[in-house]
Design a protein around this ligand. Structure first.
Ligand code: AP5
Length: 220
């Protein structure tokens, strides 16, 4: 199964994708994680990506499409299904993805949108912390680790905050979402080629997982 997971920043895409992977066995491909890994590698490309990310702006389509096409080909070769998180984020990215999947004869099975109001998004994003070793995501209030500031799974590793997780940048990320990414949902709806479902992401993490897992199960 190949699924695109969409939603505004902080809707819970990364949190929920990890839970869905455990249930359905997909490969979870997060464009944000791929770009952050490139940034951490210290490459010239990573430095360019970082400029866009720290400003809350979208990285240019041609760069994104090339990097994601390679990652998708490698991940899809595993044959366990794909959950794309954060890509596509513009209509041209959606068109490029459709072209790649059509050429491989492996179309999308569904687009799942996690909706969320703006107010909880700000507090979710500013309170997010993650483990620099395993990537597990926590929240200072809503999803706390057992010991303050330390990963539950990696003994002694201190949690960190993403550099783009401050209120000013989140507001810019939200603007980019409404202007450039929401039209992608309409693009898929109009295509009539793929099921588009919306799940309310305003509830607790566990209640969202329950509804989301049912929605994904119904796509098969
Ligand atoms: P990316 O990393 O994709 O960030 P994003 O889309 O802004 O999404 P987030 O990771 O912030 O949120 P999420 O929905 O995964 O929330 P999470 O589950 O962590 O992109 C970063 C940047 O990279 C972009 O700004 C852009 O510059 C660039 N980029 C990436 N892809 C691109 C593309 N295709 N084209 C161009 N540029 C691109 O949850 C957030 C917090 O809330 C956590 O602390 C979590 O514990 C908590 N939480 C989760 N669910 C709940 C809940 N139900 N209740 C309470 N708390 C919750």
């Amino acid at each position: 199964m190949r699924i695109v997971l969409m939603g505004p920043p902080g809707a819970g895409k990364g949190t929920q994708a990890k839970r869905l992977v455990e249930k359905f066995g997909f490969v979870h491909l997060s464009s944000g994680d791929i770009f952050r890994a490139e940034k951490a590698s210290g490459s010239a490309l990573g430095a360019t990506l970082a400029e866009y990310m720290s400003a809350g702006k979208l990285i240019p389509d041609e760069v994104v499409v090339e990097m994601m096409a390679k990652a998708i080909t490698a991940a899809d070769a595993k044959g366990t299904g794909l959950m794309l998180d954060g890509f596509p984020r513009t209509v041209p990215q959606g068109e490029a993805l459709d072209k790649q999947l059509a050429a491989a004869g492996k179309p999308l099975d569904g687009v799942v949108v996690i909706t969320c109001d703006d107010a909880p998004i700000i507090s979710r994003i500013t309170g997010r912390r993650s483990c620099p070793k395993c990537g597990r995501v926590y929240h200072v209030q809503y999803l706390k680790p057992k010991d303050d500031g330390v990963c539950d799974d990696c003994a002694g590793i201190e949690l960190v905050q993403r550099s783009d997780d401050n209120e000013e940048v989140v507001r810019d990320r939200l603007k980019a979402y409404y202007a450039q990414t929401e039209p992608v949902i309409e693009y898929y709806r109009k295509s009539g080629q793929v099921k588009v479902v919306e799940v309310d992401g305003n509830g607790t993490p566990d209640s969202v997982t329950e509804v989301l897992a049912e929605a994904v199960g119904n796509l098969t």
